[in-house]
Design a binder for this molecule. Structure first.
Ligand code: GLY
Length: 323
């Protein structure tokens, strides 16, 4: 009774926890599992996640395995090993993870450890904290037995040296058609989780952190409602608390597609209000709700995402706001 009246009061103030506001009245999820991952590299990562789930892993185990596949692939140049460096030639990685109960972990600006999502999970499960940055994140990772590696591959070094000739920093839309890996999913019983991992913007200022390790911006999961993750220009996703905004939209009755679209429209509105040049900006969201409905939306064309379920493994183009 106390909890109900407390929630009622918070609800009147618009402050109720998302789950308590949920207006999902759809059929409960009846699948065998579902994964949604940003960009083309999501096809393989989804398959790895799916296999882990079928082997008896939890949703969180599956997401960690799926994202790790991408982090350890030196050919993927925006995540983990092989990620592009900052303007000082240092590869720094950001990642976060969240489960259906609100457990969270994050690392920011971590050097020399190829699997930041697993370190974020260790922060979540083995420390009293939720976020570790820079040297402290690396120190913790080493204590946990993660290997120290040179994350700069030859192609990244060559491109960085070319970039240094002009040193003009400009965010690039859909760089090579991929960016952050964000994965959200659920198991057969509807238990949700999510993860997000990136090397951030190529040639960023040393110390710059984007949305990907920020819970609420790059990722948000509410076990009673749904999950969302983001890709693209992290500053704008942070400014609008993008992934939380999408999950909040679903809690208020929007479909995942409608909620992603509403968040992109809010970002466009923020740009317009501030009178800023946004011609070089791309942002995309993917979302799923507790009933197993999925959705995605981006600011511009070019954003795709991979879906995996028992009877589906495909790459879909997101709808978008601007031509
Ligand atoms: N979304 C990745 C970043 O902005 O760092």
């Amino acid at each position: 009774m106390i909890r109900r009246s407390f929630l009622k009061t918070l609800g009147a103030l618009g402050l109720a926890p998302i789950a308590a506001q949920a207006k999902l009245h759809k059929a409960p999820y009846s699948g065998q599992g579902l994964f949604l991952t940003t960009w083309r590299f999501g096809l393989e990562s989804n398959q790895v996640a799916w296999t882990r789930l079928q082997e008896g892993g939890s949703t969180l185990d599956a997401i960690e395995a799926g994202i790790r596949r991408c982090e350890l692939d030196p050919a993927e140049r925006s995540v983990g090993l092989g990620g592009r460096p900052d303007r000082d030639g240092v590869v720094t990685l950001d990642a976060c993870i969240m489960d259906h109960l609100g457990n969270i972990g994050s690392v920011c600006g971590m050097e020399g450890i190829a699997t930041p999502l697993s370190v974020a999970r260790a922060v979540m499960e083995k420390t009293p904290h939720v976020m570790l940055v820079g040297d402290g994140a690396q120190q913790f990772a080493l204590e946990q037995g993660f290997p120290l590696e040179n994350l700069m591959v030859a192609d990244s070094e060559r491109e960085w040296k070319q970039w240094l000739e002009k040193s003009e920093y400009q965010p690039v839309i859909n760089i090579e058609n991929h960016d952050t890996i964000g994965m959200i999913g659920m198991d057969a019983s509807g238990i949700l989780a999510g993860g997000c991992s990136t090397s951030g913007m190529a040639y960023k200022m040393h110390g710059r952190v984007g949305d990907s390790p920020i819970i609420g911006a790059g990722l948000y999961v509410d076990g009673a409602v749904g999950a969302c993750t983001a890709t693209g220009h992290g500053e704008e996703v942070i400014r609008t608390v993008g992934s939380f905004r999408v999950v909040q939209g679903m809690a208020q009755g929007l479909s995942p597609h409608q909620a992603c679209k509403a968040a992109i429209e809010a970002i466009a509105e923020f740009f317009t209000r501030r009178g800023k040049d946004w011609s070089h900006t791309q942002i995309g969201f993917i979302a799923l709700n507790k009933s197993g409905e999925i959705g995605a939306y981006s600011l511009r064309p070019g954003f795709n995402y991979a879906v995996k379920s028992a009877d589906r493994a495909e790459l879909l183009d997101a709808d978008y706001l601007l031509d």
